[in-house]
Write a protein that binds this ligand. Structure first.
Ligand code: NAD
Ligand code: UGA
Length: 455
């Protein structure tokens, strides 16, 4: 099938590349010329394991193209994915201006034949109908600009909501091996095209385990599909806040949250995933999506108390490492703290709403010097506008003269560092494990005072 993906960020590029790998003809459109240039040269503008390789092989086999020309993408495709960002506004609601520009833009270059417009971006509930109206506005604007000759322009299309559930760091695996595919639409024709598009994924032809039963497809109306996305992220964020709250109680009563999480997670009604206590959830989606759902609830006069509490618990959790540093070092003014990890989770270069940012800000406010080492940020030279932190390029430099280390991101390599050597380089070998990731005994044997979360 002929597909156009508009917006080549963490979601759009992965979607485009994976659809090409599934055998479709894909055109990826981005209005950022620099990104397009990079992608044309075979480089991914983001760090996502395995993405560059898949991008290059599909481009070579001429199933994948990159352009900044939306009209070219629209003219040569039948299914258009809107995958632009929907970042949070200061009020908590989503900034939908990029979706708006793309929807109008599609309308302004729609060509003959039936088309499907897919909302892949996470958009406020009700956006499906709004996108339809915007596309029609774009069509009308074009007709008006063309005068008499414009009256022949046809606009036969339907809108589908197809929320995305991939996680950064495992985005390709998640796309080829989804737990479910959600399709929201009231048009059977559009739903049939989407089912056909996803057949290789649904039938596990591109799955790691091809013997699994087909991927469940959940068909709903537009509003329910949009709500499923917010409800899924809000549930997962709340689950983490729940375990973090339990961790804080564990610390007070002498229990161990790791054992408690195991003990409750084995109950199949609870499940063991997303019960990793730590310094809170971050990233480009949980914070913004929970806030957006709270904002929507407020719009309807409903006080979403549980979601508000999940956010409140998370805000407190994100600076919990400061309390632990104060307990260990007493005064932070003039002390040097080294952060292990900067990104909001491992295997990504994404710094959006990362807990490290809150820690840096708070440590700076308290007069501490902050150093950091991150496997991707340190090596890539990207600094994402970081300030108040000295980004080191190796771990010995990070440890040198530090009064404490805080493990912020659970990058695999941090589980097996030469901690003995690092402890010797430090002024004060204190280790705050913000993700309960390292082996307490090994760290203590290396000479550290080890402090975890919820122990
Ligand atoms: P992103 O910021 O990484 O990428 C957005 C891309 O859109 C950028 O490359 C930008 O240049 C491009 N863009 C903006 N305006 C454009 C326009 N008018 N024409 C063409 N391109 C344009 O965003 P993202 O993280 O990929 O998220 C995209 C959407 O998917 C958001 O709504 C997000 O909530 C949702 N989502 C994200 C994830 C994730 O893991 N990042 C997972 C699920 C859902
Ligand atoms: C999350 C969801 O898991 C995806 O399904 C969704 O598509 C995506 O948001 C989105 O809408 O963007 P992602 O943000 O990539 O994916 O990463 P997660 O693995 O969910 O982690 C989010 C945050 O929660 C990270 O800061 C992570 O460290 C934290 N986390 C996760 C915990 O603190 N404990 C856990 O047990 C799990």
């Amino acid at each position: 099938m002929r597909v156009c993906v508009i917006g080549t960020g963490y979601v759009g590029l992965v979607t485009g590349v994976c659809l090409a790998e599934s055998g479709h003809q894909v055109i990826c459109v981005d209005n950022n010329e620099e990104k397009v240039k990079l992608m044309k040269s075979g480089q991914a503008p983001i760090y996502e394991p395995g993405l560059s390789e898949l991008m290059q092989s599909n481009a070579k086999e001429e199933r994948l193209q990159f352009t900044s020309d939306l009209a070219m993408g629209v003219e040569n495709s039948d299914i258009f994915f809107i995958a632009v960002g929907t970042p949070p506004l200061p009020t908590g609601e989503s900034d939908t201006r990029y979706v708006e520009a793309v929807a109008r833009g599609i309308g302004a270059c729609l060509t003959k034949g039936y088309k499907v417009i897919v909302n892949k971006s996470t958009v406020p509930i009700g956006s499906g109908d709004w996108v339809r109206k915007l596309v029609l506005d774009g069509v009308a604007e074009r007709k008006a600009s063309l005068g008499e000759s414009g009256t022949e322009i046809e606009a036969e299309f339907d809108v589908v909501s197809n929320p995305e559930f991939l996680r950064e760091g495992t985005a390709i695996f998640d796309t080829f091996n989804p737990d479910r595919i959600v399709l929201g639409s009231n048009s059977q024709k559009a739903l049939d095209m989407m089912q056909e598009l996803y057949t290789p994924i649904i039938e596990r032809k591109v799955a790691d385990d091809k013997s699994l039963p087909p991927v469940p497809v959940v068909v709903t109306n537009l509003n329910s599909a949009e709500m499923i996305k917010y409800a899924a992220n809000s549930f997962l964020a709340t689950k983490i806040s729940f375990v973090n709250e339990v961790a804080n109680i564990c610390e007070r009563v002498g229990a161990d949250v790791t054992q408690v999480a195991k003990g409750i997670g084995l109950d199949s009604r609870i499940g063991s995933k997303f019960l990793q206590a730590g310094i809170g959830w971050g990233g480009s989606c949980f914070p913004k999506d929970v806030s957006a759902l709270i904002h929507t609830s407020d719009d309807y006069g409903y006080d979403a108390k549980l979601l508000k509490s999940a956010v409140e618990v998370n805000q407190r959790q994100r600076t919990l490492a400061i309390d632990k540093l104060q307990q260990a070092l007493k005064i932070l003014k003039g002390k040097t703290v080294g952060l292990l990890g900067l990104t909001f989770k491992p295997d990504t270069d994404d710094m959006r709403d990362a807990p490290s940012l809150d820690l840096i800000k708070e440590l700076n406010r308290l007069g501490a010097q902050v150093k950091a080492y991150d496997p991707i940020i340190s090596q890539s030279g990207m600094r994402h506008g970081l300030s108040g932190v000295h980004v080191e390029t190796d771990l010995e430099q990070l440890a040198d003269g530090c009064d404490a280390l805080v493990l912020v991101t659970d990058w695999e390599q941090f589980s097996k560092l030469d901690y003995q050597k690092m402890a010797k380089l430090m002024a004060n070998p204190v280790f705050i494990d913000g993700r309960n990731f390292c082996d307490r005994k090994a760290l203590e044997a290396a000479g550290f005072q080890y402090v975890g979360i919820g122990h």
